[in-house]
Write a protein that binds this ligand. Structure first.
Ligand SMILES: Cc1cc2nc3c(=O)[nH]c(=O)nc-3n(C[C@H](O)[C@H](O)[C@H](O)COP(=O)(O)OP(=O)(O)OC[C@H]3O[C@@H](n4cnc5c(N)ncnc54)[C@H](O)[C@@H]3O)c2cc1C
Length: 392
């Protein structure tokens, strides 16, 4: 097989890239290890920045998002029985939209099908070769046995545990990593949310987040130790703890049947540069943020926005200046998001370092958010996402 850009991974990064390239009349083939229904049902992110929604609209894949997405104008912070509303839209003129990642992925896969983009699911043993040569190619085991895809450029959009980043020779990448000693226990429940916007709660027992996927489905999280066994959390214990951390006098979290639960560890990771020869990394393949800032999916989409423009200039005019700058341009937003995600994590999670000092600092920061519009505006700007630019 032959194509112009070989894309590894059919997550938000890979699929969006394929559609952006098609809009520039550049062919690509997407290779995905999992089957279609697995990819379409994988429960993960749920909060889209305005930039992400704008891009989906530009691509013509936002019909369902515009119908079913829940636009939010702000979020609540809650601690010690008090609630502070951060009016994001009033402070920044921009909004956030609640729409599940699995719905985004489904819409993108449908659009790829309609536009004749080949997405090959259930391919095994994917390997990338000739990255710094004139003949980069990808090998994999498909239905017809061992296959080879020749391409001019390769996009590694295969997530944190993919094969593209490890294929870069030792010594090329600098990796920055921080593992948090806690994780998030997340549930999906058939319960109408009893809040109109997300609630981020600081509590002596640990952080909790109240979010939703639709007017009928709640998505809730509890901070737990990173190695927590989900078997230790029967449903009654989860609801009890959510009520303790999120509840206030006269108001409770809406309860219902839990139909999905799991523990996700939290880490920060960045590799630099996001390129080697003709391989370009995008999304979780190059960086991971803790979910507290809701940035992972949005960063993945931003990477491929920059990458598609750079590949477009390369193929249309032979102009490689944007490709050469791709990594530096993408990393500027990645590090901004790392800092913000770390800030939100350190502000709201129980630090468990045995020292009460950290908790007192957290309360002082929350108090500052209550008193200072500048502090609220700073949080809001970062949360809704700074506007997209050609170099950011
Ligand atoms: C619990 C949780 C909550 C989150 N909440 C948010 C949020 O609110 N907002 C937000 O913006 N982000 C959030 N994120 C992060 C977000 O889900 C990721 O950042 C996003 O999925 C990154 O997209 P991606 O396309 O780069 O990678 P992925 O979605 O991981 O896609 C990579 C794809 O590559 C495939 N693949 C892997 N290896 C191979 C291989 N060898 N060969 C072929 N294919 C391969 C995988 O199967 C996958 O389909 C959350 C994540 C979690 C876990």
């Amino acid at each position: 097989m032959k194509t112009t850009v070989g894309i590894v991974g059919a997550g938000p990064a890979g699929l969006t890239l394929a559609l952006l390239l098609r809009a520039r009349e550049i062919d690509s083939v997407v290779l995905e290890r999992r089957d279609r229904s697995y990819v379409e049902e994988r429960v993960r992110a749920g909060l889209l920045e305005q930039n992400t929604v704008d891009l989906m609209r530009e691509l013509g894949v936002a019909a369902r998002l515009d119908q079913e997405g829940l636009p939010h104008d702000g979020v609540y912070l809650r601690w010690q029985g008090q609630t502070l509303h951060i009016p994001m839209t009033e402070l920044t003129g921009r909004t956030i939209t609640i729409y599940g990642q699995q719905q985004v992925v489904r819409d993108l896969i449908d659009a790829c099908g309609e536009r004749g983009i080949e997405v090959r699911f259930e391919v095994e043993d994917v390997a990338v070769h000739g990255l710094d040569s004139d003949s980069p190619h990808i090998t994999f085991a498909g239905e017809g046995g061992e296959e080879r895809l020749d391409c001019e450029l390769i996009a590694g959009c295969d997530g944190f545990h993919g094969v593209c980043r490890p294929a870069i020779p030792a010594g090329v990448l600098t990796e920055y990593e921080y593992e948090y000693p806690f994780g998030w226990l997340g549930i999906l429940a058939e319960a109408a949310p009893t809040t109109d916007e997300l609630i981020y709660a600081w509590h002596e027992h640990g952080f909790s987040l109240y979010s939703m996927r639709s007017p009928e489905i709640s998505r809730l999280y509890l901070q737990v130790p990173a190695d927590e066994d989900i078997a230790d959390w029967p449903d009654e214990r989860i609801w009890e703890e959510l009520q303790a951390r999120l509840g206030v006098d006269g108001w409770r979290v809406g309860e219902g049947r839990i139909f999905d639960k799991g523990v996700t560890p939290m880490r920060s990771f960045v590799c630099e540069p996001m390129q080697f020869g003709r391989l370009f990394l995008a999304g979780d393949a190059a960086h991971i943020v803790p979910p507290t800032g809701a940035k992972g999916l949005n960063l993945a989409v931003n990477d491929v926005r920059l990458l598609a423009a750079a590949m477009g200039a390369h193929f249309a005019d032979g102009d490689d200046s944007l490709l050469e700058r791709y990594s530096a341009d993408a990393l500027r937003r990645v590090w901004r998001a790392q800092d913000f995600s770390n800030f939100m994590t350190q502000l709201l999670h129980r630090l468990d370092d045995g020292e009460p000092f950290g908790a007192r600092l957290q309360l002082a920061r929350l108090e500052q958010l209550k008193r200072s519009e500048a502090a609220r505006r700073n949080l809001a700007e970062n949360y809704v996402g700074l506007p997209a630019a050609p170099d950011f």
